[in-house]
Ligand binder design. Structure first.
Ligand code: 5AD
Ligand code: SF4
Length: 444
């Protein structure tokens, strides 16, 4: 009988992409999908290591899952547990030391080996080599259908921000070939995609080459977006995540000239204090960041920005934190994520002694989150009463309700008696409840 599997995903969109790929790879190899982890023959946990909370959540789920495995074994049944993703890469053998019921530990660039490992019941449990090339060339053509899809175009990071595990869990920067990305995009469009989100830990450093009339030409992110926008059915292109020092003039111009490239940029700044940015090894200053945003807004007037912030990095004083709040005030973000600093094993920052008190971390997080929420509300309010293009991707919770996104990624809820999924429609924005809009169709 076919073995069944289930993949649970933790963390970022890069992990979601990998989970989708392992799902397709296993189906391609004759495995069938189970309803949930507990009833599966092969339980796969695709883990996140970015902050302690994410990796502890995985360990507690793993504890619960191993009880199911033991119970199954008592009944003479089997369950194989595969731990994949960034905890697998970072901790390797440690994962099995912490839980002996784990069968395989597979890093993000070894996931292509999973079907084979399961079939031959390999004894070698730890697979954590950096094998980007093999990974991306082993994926079968996606059979999944969907309006908004994602493609990993770049993996890894060479920036080595002092707090971040990514350069260790995902390795050096690797850019996939233009041909491979184009073929994947073409297939997604064939399967109904109107929007593609290009993924990478440092997507703005994407760099590959093509041969044009036997001349070798560099393709950066701007050129890649330009090439992909030649697919007629593709209506929206996005990318995430960028580093402020890699945004070049060509990318800004592409935003200006290419209407398919959405006017929304996630540009993490992490802190507004030059002292902290330096300690973080961010390679940009507060002024660089502000000037870059000014320059972009000057060329692309409707561009909106989101960011990531870390509060309580070792040595952050009240004044440093105030500088972050001042920067937020100056920019005006459309939405943002903020996190308490979490010391991660193996990172240079984790060796710094002067940690900030937990109660101060909580206070700063509350303050930054209420400031950012206020800004998001202000930004959203500017759309009230306006007509906005919305790409509908999902059914809503209520009967005849559909959910879509504006160019700035704001969710919009609309009632309709006909199916809206897979359509881009002009919507009159009528109401705002917490962070989502409610509207009415103008054209149909
Ligand atoms: N502690 C807290 N937040 C972190 N991030 C990355 N590493 C850490 C850490 N050690 C945040 C950064 C990054 C986002 C993906 O996660 O803000 O941009
Ligand atoms: Fe981590 Fe981003 Fe810094 Fe790379 S640029 S080390 S992914 S925070």
């Amino acid at each position: 009988m076919d073995q069944s599997f289930f993949v649970k995903t933790y963390g970022c969109q890069m992990n979601q992409y990998d989970s989708e790929k392992i799902d397709e790879l296993l189906v391609h190899n004759g495995f069938k999908k189970a309803k949930n982890l507990e009833v599966s023959d092969v339980a796969i946990l695709n883990t996140c290591h970015i902050r302690e909370k994410a990796s502890e959540k995985f360990y507690s789920d793993l504890g619960r899952l191993s009880i199911f495995k033991k119970n199954k074994e008592k009944l003479g049944e089997k369950m194989q547990i595969v731990v994949m993703g960034c905890v697998a890469q970072a901790e390797g053998q440690e994962v099995i030391k912490r839980n002996k019921l784990v069968d395989y530990v597979v890093g993000p660039q070894n996931i292509q080996t999973i079907p084979k490992l399961l079939k031959i019941k390999s004894k070698a449990a730890i697979h954590t080599d950096f094998l980007c090339e093999q990974k991306f060339s082993s994926f079968p053509k996606s059979y999944l259908e969907g309006t908004s899809r994602q493609i990993t175009i770049q993996e890894g990071c060479d920036k080595f921000c002092s707090f971040c595990v990514v350069p260790y869990t995902r390795g050096n920067e690797y850019s996939r070939s233009v041909e491979q990305i184009y073929a994947e995009a073409k297939n997604l469009v064939k399967n109904g995609a109107l929007e593609i989100n290009l993924l990478g830990q440092n997507v703005s450093s994407y760099k590959s080459y093509i041969f044009d009339k036997s001349k070798k030409k560099l393709v950066d992110l701007s050129k890649l977006c330009n090439i992909l926008s030649s697919l007629p059915e593709l209506k929206r292109i996005r990318y995430i995540t960028s580093h402020p020092s890699d945004i070049n003039d060509e990318l800004i111009l592409e935003h200006k000239n290419n209407k398919k490239l959405m006017p929304f940029l996630h540009l993490p700044v992490q802190s507004g204090s030059n002292k902290i940015l330096k300690k973080m090894n961010r390679k940009h200053s507060k002024e660089n960041y502000i000037d870059l945003i000014k320059k972009i807004k000057c060329e692309v007037t409707n561009m909106a920005f989101s960011s990531d912030f870390i509060v309580g990095y070792p040595g952050e004083t009240d004044d440093d934190f105030q500088e972050t709040l001042d920067l937020i005030d100056k920019i005006g973000f459309a939405s943002s994520y903020s996190f308490k600093y979490s010391p991660r094993p193996g990172t240079p920052a984790s060796l710094i002694k002067d940690r900030i008190d937990d109660s101060i971390l909580d206070k700063r997080l509350n303050k930054i989150q209420s400031t950012l929420n206020e800004q998001q509300k202000n930004f959203n309010e500017t759309s009230l009463g306006k007509e906005v293009d919305v790409l509908f991707t999902n059914l809503g919770k209520k009967n005849n309700q559909y959910v879509g996104r504006t160019p700035f990624l704001q969710p919009v809820h609309v009632f309709s008696s006909s199916n809206l999924v897979g359509k881009i429609l002009k919507i009159k924005i009528e109401r705002l409840t917490s962070f989502s809009f409610h509207g009415r169709i103008l054209d149909s």
